[in-house]
Each structure stands twice: as structure tokens, then as C-alpha cells.
Design a protein around this ligand. Structure first.
Ligand SMILES: [Zn+2]
Length: 144
């Protein structure tokens, strides 16, 4: 999570919302990392989770991320939850919950929907405070 937070801290340099993600391989080593790059790339799908999942798959040379864990600083949205299910990640660990758009337990629970053919384990609210503080600072730079 510390590495994901470090990624998130760099996102505002390009005007991006501070969200960072890493993927741990089956042996627990970091195989991919990413931060939100929507503004940096002009790509509406360039969320940290999607980019980290793509990079992890490229690293492993296969689309299935069986045995891997996604660690992300903010609860995934519906798009990222879809990517998580489709990539067959074993586990999702997130920091700050997102009551307005979270799809891993807050507003929706897409990643654990029993109608889908894959349901990763979800570990919520790991080190939520520094991740939430980054977001608060980004959206309310004057503290109001
Ligand atoms: Zn997303």
C-alpha cells in the first residue's frame, strides 16, 4: 500500500486525481504499478487500476492474473471492478472507501456479485487515512 500511495502522490503533477495501484504477483513481489493518468493521456479509461492490470498482464505475458493481488489507494469504480473480475485477480486490497462511486462494497459490490463467474477476495480500508488525505488535499487545496 505504501508503494500505491507513492504512485498516488505523483498523479497531481499532471492534474490527475491522486489514485495509485500496484499488482503483486503470485510470489508477493510487485510486478506492476500505476497512477491515474486520465489528464496525462487524455484517456478516460486510464484509471490506476486498469493501467496496473494491463502492465501486470504484459509482465506475465498472459491476461489471467490468477494468484495476483491488486493494491489500490481508492475503492475501485465500476469500470475497474469489471477489469478486476475479467483479469481473474485473486484479491483486491483498497485503502479509502468511495461512497459515491465505489464498486467493491460501498455503492455496488460488483467484484463479489454471485452472478459473475469470478469473485476476488476483498480486503477493505487498509491504511485509509493517508489515501483519503491525498484526495481531500487535491479536491480542497485550501482545506475547506
Ligand atoms: Zn476506476
Amino acid at each position: 500500500m505504501r508503494l500505491a500511495l507513492a504512485e498516488a502522490e505523483h498523479a497531481p503533477l499532471t492534474g490527475d486525481v491522486p489514485v495509485g495501484a500496484v499488482v503483486l504477483g503470485p510470489d508477493g513481489s510487485v510486478i506492476a504499478s500505476a497512477r491515474n493518468e486520465r489528464e496525462a493521456t487524455g484517456d478516460p479509461t486510464a484509471h490506476a487500476e486498469v493501467l496496473a492490470v494491463r502492465r501486470a498482464a504484459a509482465h506475465l505475458g498472459q491476461w489471467r492474473l490468477t494468484g495476483c493481488t491488486l493494491v489500490v489507494t481508492l475503492e475501485p469504480c465500476t469500470m475497474c471492478a469489471g477489469a478486476i473480475v475479467l483479469s481473474r485477480l485473486d484479491r483486491v486490497v483498497y485503502a479509502a472507501p468511495d461512497p459515491k462511486a465505489g464498486a467493491a462494497g460501498s455503492l455496488w459490490d460488483l467484484v463479489r456479485d454471485r452472478r459473475l463467474n469470478h469473485r476476488p477476495e476483498v480486503v477493505a480500508e487498509v491504511l485509509p487515512d493517508p489515501a483519503a488525505a491525498l484526495l481531500t488535499r487535491f479536491f480542497r487545496p485550501n482545506g475547506f
